[in-house]
Design a protein around this ligand. Structure first.
Ligand code: PLP
Length: 398
């Protein structure tokens, strides 16, 4: 066999990719074991039938050929209008490119912002694909650690120090955050924005959970003073409209950057299927009805989960202000998140993600996805709590 490139072979950075517990759970399910899966950010409902009708109508009407690479005009316009309305920043269709999901947007944004070998900063804990995405774009990923006691918010001093040391060219943030559920307050965003300006960095803002806010307010940093020309926003239909499998999202950025991205898409994805884009048009035109319906179960389960956790004191929760996850601090058990998650799956057939899958700052935590029916979630959390209590009691004696 000829040589495979190091870029492909080293996407994980040589370590674990963090998906072991998830894969083990999937394998158990395939064997017929009844596992409560609280691992990935996949809704327990499917795409709304009205959206599927729109998709079907579009396909039957013939929108199955090549679509415009930057996205169909109508969808670019709707996204631009939505961003203008929500952020107050005048946004034109020329500022928007439709992508095959937020993930492709994250990759394209880093391709556009960085030259090969440039340093790209990202905040730890992070969405599990981030370091690999940065490496795929030939960047050097450098993480910004955070602490549970600071609600996992990054400090601008740490960002500034890393920017200075590594001559970083971009910073990737994610609010509402996966895995922590934190919605960054305005003050934090302003400090981040200032650091980006002072160190001449692009700010890549992953806002794929922007319709799932349970406390506080979602602020897009593109709307902050001086940020429009150095912010690349990643949006997606996956979480807001339960369209994970449709692979559709967008990038909002300065026009010259979008022009470059269109050239990149022409030589990579060649756009997004027209019937998927038409379904997205329908969904966004009906956002007022559909978005709250899709977000509601996560808010309800977040409240339910916090009330279950209030009944005990072994596990500390970091109350999420957005998104579809809950972070549990299980350090009292003396186990790592990974060891706890493996034991939990083995003993109780409950699958959660180890905090370590999302970076060192989340060590000793579990990420619970709020993606099963309320009763099942409450039962699973009670089991997790009693399992943790027994382990913590043993740990205290040892
Ligand atoms: N960004 C974050 C923080 C996510 O959690 C996800 C998916 O879980 C994505 C981006 C990618 O979403 P998609 O590619 O489905 O739009």
């Amino acid at each position: 066999m000829a040589q495979i490139s190091s870029r492909i072979l080293n996407l994980n950075g040589g370590g674990s990719d963090g998906w072991e517990v998830f894969l083990k759970a999937r394998e158990m399910v395939a064997r017929g074991v009844d596992v409560t899966e609280l691992t990935i950010g996949e809704h327990d409902i499917r795409t709304h039938s009205d959206i599927l009708d729109a998709m079907h109508k579009s396909a039957i009407a013939g929108h199955t050929g090549y679509a415009m690479v930057p996205g169909v005009d109508r969808l670019r316009q709707i996204v631009a209008d939505r961003v203008t309305r929500q952020t107050g920043v005048p946004t034109r269709p020329e500022n928007v490119m439709i992508t095959p999901g937020g993930q492709a947007g994250l990759f394209a944004a880093h391709m556009a912002a960085l030259a090969p070998g440039d340093t790209a900063l990202y905040v730890d804990p992070y969405y599990a694909t981030y370091p690999g995405t940065l490496r795929a774009a030939s960047a050097i990923p450098v993480s910004i650690p955070t602490r549970a006691r600071d609600a996992f918010l990054p400090s601008h001093e740490t960002i500034r120090a890393a920017a200075q040391t590594h001559n970083a060219k971009s910073l990737l943030i994610n609010s509402p955050n996966n895995p922590t559920g934190m919605v960054y307050p305005k003050e934090t965003l302003q400090e981040i924005a200032q650091a980006c300006q002072d160190h001449d960095m692009w700010l890549i803002s992953d806002e794929v959970y922007d319709t799932q806010i349970w406390a506080g307010e979602h602020i897009s940093p593109r709307a902050l003073a001086g940020m429009q020309e150095r912010t690349i926003v990643i949006g997606s239909m996956s979480k807001s409209f339960a369209m994970t499998g449709s692979r559709i999202g967008w990038i909002v950025a300065p026009e010259p950057l979008i022009e470059g991205l269109i050239a990149l898409a022409t030589s990579t994805t060649y756009g997004v299927p027209g019937f998927i884009q038409d379904a997205a048009v329908f969904a966004l035109e009906n956002a007022e009805r559909l978005e709250p319906e899709i977000a509601a179960p996560f808010q309800r389960r977040r409240d339910l989960a916090l009330s279950v956790l209030a009944e005990q004191d072994t596990i500390q929760a970091v109350p999420p202000s957005g998104a579809m996850y809950l972070m549990l601090n299980i350090r009292a058990t003396g186990l790592s998140g990974r060891a706890f998650a493996e034991a939990l799956l083995e003993t109780h057939k409950i699958a959660v993600m180890p905090g370590e899958s999302f970076g060192d700052s989340a060590a000793g935590h579990l990420r619970v996805a709020l993606t099963v029916a309320d009763d099942r979630l409450a039962d699973a959390l009670r089991t997790i709590c009693s399992f943790a209590k027994a382990l913590a009691d043993q740990h205290a004696v040892a």
